[in-house]
Design a protein around this ligand. Sequence first.
Ligand code: KG4
Ligand code: ZN
Length: 335
Amino acid sequence: MTPAASCILGIETSCDETAAAVVVDGATVLSSVVSSQVDLHARFGGVVPEIASRAHVELLTPVVARAMVEAGIAGDDVDAVAATVGPGLVGSLLVGVSAAKALALVWDVPFVAVNHLEAHFYASFIEDPGLEPPLVVLLVSGGHTLLVHFEDHGRYTVLGATVDDAAGEAFDKVARYLGLGYPGGPAIEAQSLLGDPKAVDFPRAMLAQGYDFSFSGLKTAVINHVRTHPDISTPDVAASFQEAVVDVLVAKARRAGRDIGAKGMCLAGGVAANSLLRERFLDACVEEGLRAFLPSRSLCTDNAAMVAANGWWRLRQDGPSALDTGADPSLGLVR
Ligand code: KG4
Ligand code: ZN
């Protein structure tokens, strides 16, 4: 084990957020800068990989510079540079990974390769460094829906995953169908506030079966319902859809927490910014007598503070990563 480096510069470019952050000891966030490309992609209804990687090239240098200025540090103060190496869009990942390696070489400090999925867990550790495993983590993002048994740092068992669409993907696709724009999650949430969640009883797929999820049938059910009920109000559809997604996510997380005898349950990933999910997840934890960890919304969606925090833990555990570590667009959680 190498001695802990304290001041980590984190870099995140796996999808459409260009982000850099400075975090001390895996928990104290000195700065966290996120430049969203959402306006560039919105007119295409989703992320266009080529546009994303070109935008990262333009944005990364100013974003890193701002993170350093806001943190009040210079290159000499950085003890390691951590970057997301996967999973994600390969062109986007390469921009962040190359920049991180170059900075690590120039400053003569370790480079730390970070798994984006694992990094999402570390949003909880930033806000509650005393978090004690075993934990159940519900990771719900645009690309992934995972129910994970977090046994200890670096030791996970994937209990369940989506067999088709990720939860965030379902939000994005349904929002696009309803003409609510991109990204869909916040748009559906806003519409839901005006609608009746009991208006349509959408299917809760695989509710009682194991820990896997399926959201593709729900998306089709929404489309079919709107086609056959053209006068239905969009807020009612949005609220009923959101209710169905949250019902399934919370039911499975609660069952997993009970089954593995977890001490607590964490939410992670962009969909964890959803207010209804947060409220129901918290209620379930209270009812089960488990501690609940809900990272603040800005730490749920993609950011580099979680990458820097995860980098600090990884450096303590595994030491520096080799400089020939490549970007891996399909990197899984369990190595
Ligand atoms: O973790 P994230 O920022 O990026 C990925 O790693 O995928 O997650 C993005 C996803 C998108 O699908 C977005 O629609 C969803 O998170 N999202 C939400 C909310 N905010 C973001 N979904 C539901 N409700 C929200 N408030
Ligand atoms: Zn993410």
